[in-house]
Design a protein around this ligand. Sequence first.
Ligand code: OOG
Ligand code: MG
Length: 258
Amino acid sequence: MSGNAIANAAAVLDDAAVKAQAVDQFAPGSFDLADAYRIQRASIQRRVARGDGIRGIKLGFTSRAKMIQMGVDSLIWGWLTETMIEEEGGTVDLGRYIHPRVEPEVCFLTRRTIDRPITALEAADYVEAVAPALEIIDSRYRNFKFTLEDVVADNCSSAGLVVGPWSRRFEGLGNAGVGVTVNGRLVLSGSTAAILGHPLRTLVQASRLLSSCERSLPAGSLVMAGAATAAHALAPGAHIRCDINGLDRVEFFTGSAS
Ligand code: OOG
Ligand code: MG
């Protein structure tokens, strides 16, 4: 794909995000996975040029539940930026989004720069703290339908995130119960073991992915490990709460319909 075509695709996806208006999927075979990551990078550069800052990365499709829901079976990654962060315990304006869904996540705060592939034994040493989090995903494609290449180009549906209180309680993180309630009703439940067997393994994967494209991640970055369960559509006037056993809880509200 030419540099121009990459910039054009990035502009289409970035505009869709800014205007909160869905766009059509790209024609099948328009670009390969390497080009999809180039489009993703170009769309993030547009955000950064507007003054947004990079805060970390997210992994996607690290659990079977997510792969099955979306019909995609490869691990993917994208960028998290400052303006995606929603206030914990606050009210999220759904007008910023197209067709938002929420999913429970484990979020890591890194302690050391990740600038080479790390092993599972080393992973814990790279973590400063862990928090329960809720990710708001919002595909820019109509009907939330995409191929692997489409979703990577669209920065892996990254749109919003709400991060709960940080802690250093890592014991039990490998198999902790996860529950999401909406207005007090349990809508999603699972275990952190669904995330690559242990959420810390996502740091190993992240380090490999970053190295393969010659990028590093500074200390103090966020790493979202990927949802342990499928995602749930967000509606107005709701209280969304996620509890992860051994960690604190994280919650937010959605504004009333306008
Ligand atoms: C893609 C993003 C996947 C996860 O946690 O697996 C993801 C999507 O489902 O739209 O964030
Ligand atoms: Mg996610």
